[in-house]
Design a protein around this ligand. Structure first.
Ligand code: AMP
Ligand code: MG
Length: 498
């Protein structure tokens, strides 16, 4: 493969994962594509990573983003992992259509994976073509960046290119490659891969690696591996709580899509809810509703139990103590999750103090939203604008509910609660607007954007991206992006497109 002679001018690589034993990955270059063309570069992220945005749009860089050239200092690998998919065990998955180019260090020395997704076949491709279609690439770009702007931990999109080639999905679609940035791409499934092979050395090498890269404090604990497990439990509990608070449904919470760093990863048939419905499922492949909105917290805990199982031999000197340590770590999840959820929901309701009735009050609002087909995002956003004293402004919120009067009692209780903590309207409204977004990547907007892109029009992609970059701002000229779908626009199912 042609390696440009830029001597790391663009990226400063330091590839620690590639220095792990050979059985952790396959070493190979991305497969070149016919005619790469830039869709977009994330200038804001590039800046945060200390990259030169101007160079990122150069012809040579587009070749890098397409996998046609490997930048100096890169050590391309496909990572191996296993996973539980919809509860069923797959002993070998791995990067079947992704290549980790290496790790780059940001201006302040933070380490990030630079990965191409859709970059050709690897030894882990199984029957897949190793490619990505344009639609799913744009979806991941938009949704991951929207999540980041919402303050939710996530992998990010640095760039996207089209390949000039077609991929066969339901139809023939244009091929594309996403350049993804992650704290790292190690998953629960990576640990499961070694554990299932009874490769305890492999599990330990991976655990030591993750501790030193992400959770260095764990190294000083009495049992560093239990401390690692505790850190991942906390990271996942907080992550899923943050999803629940914006109505996000991941759609494929398999253990291979469950990151050890607690970042949201692998945006397939994911969706944000419009109308609140607690059992909502959008994914066209989730026939049993395993990954329904309301199941997400306990599925994350189930995934963490698979991690605990994989680490078991490192958790104690004998089987009994290891099992009781694993159990304690997994049981702790419930409380951490509940606390993170309650803290975030209190903020969404504008409460600064804690009251023992808060949990019930929140559940009651969610029930009312469900009974009244109220839009999740707009209900919270419009609540942010209400005052302590009922007035005409209430209309905007009441209008979202099928039977507006059914909300009256609840609003009276909410106001009583605000009075109880001496809440200041002006300050509270600002605080609530900073927690309750007006803009989310609604499914119908994504659909509209993808359809336009397939016709060669990237303007909706760019516009959607710029609106979603500031989800908590009032953007009066972006009303189209705030409103829920009209009945004929509602998207009921989302597809992997893989
Ligand atoms: P995902 O649904 O993206 O989480 O992928 C699950 C597994 O299938 C991973 O091992 C992927 O690398 C693999 N995979 C998904 N799509 C493809 C494809 N088009 N070609 C090869 N492997 C794929
Ligand atoms: Mg995956």
């Amino acid at each position: 493969m042609n390696r440009p002679d830029d001597h790391g001018i663009l990226f400063t690589f330091d590839n620690s994962y590639g220095r792990l034993p050979e059985r952790f990955f396959a070493r190979l270059d991305p497969t070149p594509v016919r005619a790469p063309k830039l869709i977009g570069v994330n200038v804001e992220l590039a800046g945060a990573l200390g990259l030169d945005p101007q160079k990122l749009s150069s012809k040579e860089t587009v070749e890098i983003f397409a996998g046609n050239k490997v930048p100096a200092g890169s050590d391309p690998i496909a990572m191996v992992y296993a996973g539980h998919q919809f509860g069923g065990w797959s002993p070998q998955l791995g990067d079947g259509r992704a290549i980790l180019l290496g790790e780059i260090l940001s201006g302040d020395g933070e380490r990030f994976d630079l990965q191409l997704k859709g970059s050709g076949r690897t030894p882990f491709s199984r029957s897949g073509d190793g490619r990505s279609a344009l639609g799913p690439v744009l979806r991941e770009y938009i949704v991951s960046e929207a999540m980041s702007a919402l303050g939710i931990k996530t992998t990010r999109a640095l760039a996207a290119v089209t390949t000039g080639e077609q991929v066969r999905r339901e139809d023939m679609d244009p091929g594309a490659v996403l350049t993804r940035i992650a704290k790292s791409h190690v998953r629960v499934g990576t640990f499961e891969y070694f554990a299932a092979k009874s490769d305890t050395d492999g599990v330990q090498i991976l655990a030591d690696y993750m501790i030193s890269r992400h959770y260095p404090k764990a190294a000083r604990a009495e049992n560093p591996y239990r401390a690692l497990l505790d850190c991942v439990v906390k990271a996942q509990a907080e992550l899923v709580a943050s999803w629940m608070q914006v109505g996000f449904i991941h759609g494929v919470m398999n253990t291979d899509n469950c990151s050890i760093t607690g970042e949201t990863i692998d945006y397939g048939p994911c969706a944000f809810m419009d109308i609140f419905e607690s059992d909502m499922v959008y994914s066209s492949i989730d026939h049993m509703g395993r990954y329904a909105y309301s199941n997400q917290p306990r599925i994350a805990q189930w995934n963490l139990a698979q991690l605990a199982q994989s680490l078991l031999l490192l958790l104690g000197d004998d089987e009994d103590s290891a099992i009781s340590s694993a159990k304690a770590a997994i049981e702790a999840y419930t409380k951490i999750y509940e606390e993170a959820w309650l803290k975030g929901m209190r903020e969404k309701l504008g409460f600064k103090e804690e009251d023992e009735g808060d949990h019930a009050l929140i559940e009651e609002l969610l029930d009312l939203m469900a009974q009244n087909n109220a839009d999740f995002t707009l209900s919270f956003r419009s609540l942010s604008n209400l005052s302590k004293i009922a007035n005409d402004e209430d209309e905007a919120m009441l209008d979202l509910f099928d039977l507006p009067v059914s909300l009256n009692d609840w609003l009276a209780q909410w106001r009583k609660r605000l009075v109880l903590e001496n809440s200041n309207d002006a300050a509270r409204k600002i605080a609530m607007r900073a927690k309750n977004p007006g803009f989310i990547p609604r499914n119908h907007l994504i659909e509209e954007m993808i359809q336009a892109a397939l016709q060669g029009d990237l303007e909706p992609f760019e516009r959607l991206q710029s609106v979603l970059a500031n989800p908590f701002d009032d953007q009066p000229d972006a009303a189209h992006y705030a409103r829920p779908p009209k009945p004929h626009e509602v998207v009921r199912a989302t597809f992997c497109g893989t």
